[in-house]
Write a protein that binds this ligand. Structure first.
Ligand SMILES: Nc1ncnc2c1ncn2[C@@H]1O[C@H](COP(=O)(O)OP(=O)(O)O)[C@@H](O)[C@H]1O
Ligand SMILES: [Mg+2]
Length: 227
């Protein structure tokens, strides 16, 4: 089943002489449950692409269909709801809320969505992340690897259709990087969630089902490595 369809996506930042074409007519499709790695040089448009897929940044032209919903045809309110329920975003620098503890950071998307926290689901995720003894710690009381686990928990708590990670291991040592990738793969397999990861790390890219290489805002290569 197709979960994501991107059609002729372009993004131009600014206008006139200073305009930057960050994405140029990008099209591709992703099947439900696929693990896709996105690689490419710095400045090639990877983060721009991920933000547009996540409903965070509007394209200049083109379409993003998630589960057949044309997300940029939604009004702002419905786009925000869609984002909260269907998209899990993971960043290099975690983006946790410093004054909230681990449990509060993880459950924030459910609270923002007006849902009651599902304790059983929370426990399941927390145990998979190995954070059961850290629930009342604040982010600055955690290691980088632990903080990234919390951000994974927050991204997954609403069981989103799409999990998008922008250099999730870019700030971690190799041991922690390997653990974070194992966790992302485990969630990808357990919940059959679609996982799209931007990475500079070839070892990570080679664990994906498919590698898309971006250069100058275009798809330079799109290879299935694990059918
Ligand atoms: N908010 C912005 N305003 C202007 N230019 C931007 C903005 N964000 C990114 N760019 C430009 O768009 C291009 C692609 O950036 P980005 O998507 O961040 O690349 P990558 O993640 O591959 O390093 C770069 O030339 C960058 O300078
Ligand atoms: Mg980037």
């Amino acid at each position: 089943m197709e979960i994501l369809k991107i059609e002729n996506l372009s993004k131009i930042y600014g206008s006139g002489e200073t305009a930057v074409r960050a994405l140029d007519q990008v099209s591709f499709r992703v099947e439900k449950g696929e693990f896709v790695a996105i690689i490419g040089p710095s400045g090639s448009g990877k983060s721009t692409l991920l933000h547009i897929l996540g409903g965070v940044d509007r394209p200049t032209s083109g379409k993003v269909l998630v589960d057949n919903t044309d997300i940029y045809a939604l009004n702002e309110t419905n786009l925000a709801i869609f984002r909260r329920r269907q998209i899990g975003l993971i960043y290099q620098f975690y983006n946790l809320i410093p004054v909230l503890n681990v449990e509060e950071n993880i459950t924030l998307p459910q609270l923002l969505d007006g849902q009651k926290v599902n304790q059983r689901q929370l426990q399941e995720i927390v145990e998979m992340l190995g954070l059961q003894n850290r629930m009342d710690h604040l982010p600055n009381q955690l290691s980088g690897g632990q903080q990234q686990r919390v951000s994974i928990g927050r991204a997954l708590i609403n069981k989103p259709a799409l999990v998008l990670a922008d250099e999730p291991t870019g700030n971690l040592d190799s041991k922690n990087s390997a653990e974070i990738v194992e966790l992302l793969k485990m969630f990808n397999k357990t919940y059959h969630q679609t996982l799209i990861v931007i990475t500079h790390d070839e070892r990570i890219a080679l664990q994906a089902d498919r590698i898309i290489a971006i250069e100058d805002g275009r798809i330079a290569k799109d290879e299935v490595i694990r059918p």
